[in-house]
Design a binder for this molecule. Structure first.
Ligand code: 13P
Length: 295
């Protein structure tokens, strides 16, 4: 099976993006995988995808457990599924996820002064390189440059500190990549984590293009929920290779579960009252993959 690095290269060559979907329970994983398989069956090829867990999600689902779940799908079904440590904030937590078998990690030191951000990111890159060398794996390290907010939830307004003026500068992206040796960069290009009630801000494809050229590494679009279809297509054409979706999965899961629990008050078997929630997650993923693979 190809490595995540190879799949990313392939996606970029084709002008499409790989979906990164967050989970914090087994049902969401099943829903995501069902959506990926539905899309893959339709197009007749396996669609690579990434499962992400933030520190909070990882704590809830279990670090070793989520790694075992993803490996089970990869090894049993021979399916290109990968696991990412999404937004990890310390070297220790990055190290533990790498040791648990994750394929990629995101060290998010965006709130630290630049010098400290660079030093911490570099330390994570060195650890991933060393571990890759010793194990034959190819562990990727991603970092974020430019604040885009922090929570995958419904928000009233664009988070404080996010504006056109604070978008990632292409020149800074270049020096950050050179100073840290990261494999992928998550820029601020109009995207925000979460869904803004009045609509998410517009994406800036021109800025994405400039950052991709200067940075020289694949780019990851965080904060995918709430971005329009046109926004995604233009962002992917401009140089985005992976798109993160979380809030929309949470909303779909919760709404479907709530409806089911309200309508079937006497049902107590989780494998029965959870079915609609799994299907709701599947449908979100299927729709996103159609957009991410528009050529
Ligand atoms: P959304 O919650 O906006 O989809 O963002 C998800 C994300 O970027 C996770 O890293």
């Amino acid at each position: 099976m190809k490595t995540l690095r190879e799949y990313i290269k392939e996606a970029e060559e084709k002008g499409v993006a790989i979906g990164h979907f967050n989970i914090s329970n087994l049902e969401t994983l099943h829903g995501i995988y069902a959506g990926v398989k539905k899309y893959s069956d339709e197009v007749g090829v396996q669609t690579p995808f990434v499962i992400g867990v933030s520190e909070g999600e990882e704590e809830f689902v279990g670090r070793e457990e989520v790694s075992a779940l993803v490996s089970a799908i990869r090894d049993t079904d021979h399916y290109p599924i990968f696991l990412n440590a999404d937004h990890h904030y310390s070297f220790e937590s990055v190290q533990k996820s790498i040791d648990a078998g994750y394929d990629s990690v995101i060290i998010d030191a965006v709130k630290l002064p630049l010098e400290e951000n660079i030093a911490l990111t570099k330390k994570c890159v060195e650890y991933a390189k060393e571990k890759s060398k010793n194990t034959g794996r190819d562990i990727l390290v991603e970092a974020e440059l430019g604040f885009i907010g922090q929570s995958s939830k419904l928000i009233d307004a664009v988070p404080e500190g996010v504006s056109e003026a604070t978008m990632t500068s292409p020149i800074e992206a270049k020096s950050f990549v050179e100073a840290t040796g990261i494999d992928m960069l998550a820029p601020s290009v109009g995207n925000v984590h979460g869904m803004v009630k009045g609509g998410n801000p517009a994406i800036h494809p021109e800025r994405i293009k400039e950052i991709r050229t200067q940075a020289g590494v694949p780019l990851v679009l965080h904060g995918g929920s709430g971005i329009t279809e046109e926004g995604f297509v233009s962002a992917i054409k401009a140089g985005i290779s992976i798109v993160h979706i979380n809030t929309e999965l949470r909303v779909a899961y919760r709404n479907a579960l709530q409806k089911e629990l309200t309508e079937n008050k006497n049902e107590i078997a989780p494998y029965k009252f959870g079915v609609k929630a799994v299907e709701a997650v599947r449908d979100v993923v299927y729709e996103k993959l159609k957009v991410f693979n528009t050529q």
